[in-house]
Structure formats: structure tokens, C-alpha cells
Ligand binder design. Structure first.
Ligand SMILES: Cc1cc2nc3c(=O)[nH]c(=O)nc-3n(C[C@H](O)[C@H](O)[C@H](O)COP(=O)(O)O)c2cc1C
Length: 170
């Protein structure tokens, strides 16, 4: 798919058919995330991949929305909040790892669309329960969840603000 077509055709998908996502497609999504820019190229984030039926029990209390724990695959992006600059060894501002994780997730989201799959960015979850569900240490802060699968819906595009309302020429 052409890049701008990918952007245009990406809509949040919250219903998936009961079909596993092929391993090579998951790998492409993860490779897209891995190609994202990051502060100092440090990639201060971790992605947890959950597949199969047993993730349901683990995720149910962490993410209340059903489409999350019933999706064929779920990625959990976590920021590594205990990080230091490679050269100076000084702590990196916490906002960098969060940005790293967020940009990587954005790349993954577009790759999902380009591969004919669907996903939705999920920011509502219980962070402690989600950390427990994926076995993340306290130094990894969950940033977002991405349920992925073959779409069982074709939602209409959501409206956006006018460019003039978000862009301010200064
Ligand atoms: C930071 C963030 C948090 C979000 N959290 C949720 C969520 O918890 N549950 C959900 O169903 N959608 C969530 N969404 C998806 C948005 O509702 C969706 O992107 C928005 O309504 C625009 O629709 P579109 O993605 O189809 O263009 C979130 C999106 C972002 C960027």
C-alpha cells in the first residue's frame, strides 16, 4: 500500500475475526517498530507480545475492554524509565523513553494497516495489573496496548479538527 493510503485507511479496529495473525506479519510489525527513531538511538522501550488463548485470563483484569483480551495478538509497549545516557551516564529525562515507546507504537500501528490487519491504540488500562500480566519489572512503565487481528468491522473515518485549529503559524 502506498504510504499516504496507509495513513488514510487506518482507523481504530475494535472487532476481530477469529483468525490468528501469521508470524511473518507480526514480525513485520515488530520490525517497523524497531525501525522507529529514538532519543540517542537508545530505544528505551520494550515490547511484550501476547498471543494465544491464555492471554485472556492474564489481560482481563488489566484491560477491561473485551476486544483487548480477545484479540488474536496484543502488543504491550513499555517505556524503560530507569535509563541513563550511554556516553555521559547521566539519567535520561523520563519523557524520552515514553516518546521512544510511543513513536515505535505509531510505526507498528501503520505497519498493521499496511499489512491488511487492524488494531487500536489502547491507553486505558490498570498499569500495575498490566505489568503483572506481562511480567514487567517496576522499571518498565506500560505506555499503550495494541490488540491486533483481521478486522471484523469497517468503521467510518472519524472527523478531525481543521488544520487551522491545530497549526499556528508563528
Ligand atoms: C493515547 C490514546 C489512547 C487511546 N485509548 C483508547 C482506549 O483506551 N480505548 C479505545 O477503544 N480507544 C482508544 N484510543 C483510540 C482513539 O479513540 C481513536 O484513535 C480516536 O477516536 C480516533 O479514531 P481513529 O483511530 O479511528 O482515527 C486511544 C488513542 C490514543 C491516541
Amino acid at each position: 500500500m502506498e504510504f499516504f493510503d496507509v495513513i488514510k485507511s487506518r482507523h481504530s479496529i475494535r472487532a476481530f475475526i477469529d483468525r490468528p495473525v501469521e508470524a511473518d506479519k507480526i514480525r513485520k510489525v515488530l520490525e517497523a517498530a524497531n525501525s522507529a527513531p529514538s532519543a540517542h538511538n537508545a530505544q528505551n522501550y520494550v515490547i511484550f507480545l501476547m498471543e494465544g488463548k491464555n492471554k485472556t485470563a492474564k489481560l482481563k483484569s488489566a484491560a477491561k475492554q473485551e476486544f483487548v483480551y480477545t484479540a488474536p495478538a496484543v502488543l504491550v509497549f513499555c517505556a524503560n524509565i530507569e535509563t541513563e545516557d550511554k556516553d555521559s551516564k547521566r539519567p535520561l529525562p523520563n519523557i524520552f523513553p515514553v516518546q521512544d515507546a510511543t513513536i515505535a507504537a505509531s510505526y507498528a500501528q501503520l505497519a498493521v494497516t499496511a499489512l491488511g490487519l487492524g488494531c487500536v491504540w489502547v491507553g486505558s488500562f490498570d498499569p500495575d495489573k498490566l505489568s503483572e500480566a506481562v511480567g514487567a519489572p517496576k522499571t518498565l512503565a506500560p505506555v499503550m496496548l495494541m490488540p491486533i487481528g483481521y478486522p471484523a468491522e469497517n468503521p467510518a473515518p472519524k472527523p478531525r479538527k481543521k488544520l487551522e485549529d491545530i497549526v499556528h503559524r508563528v
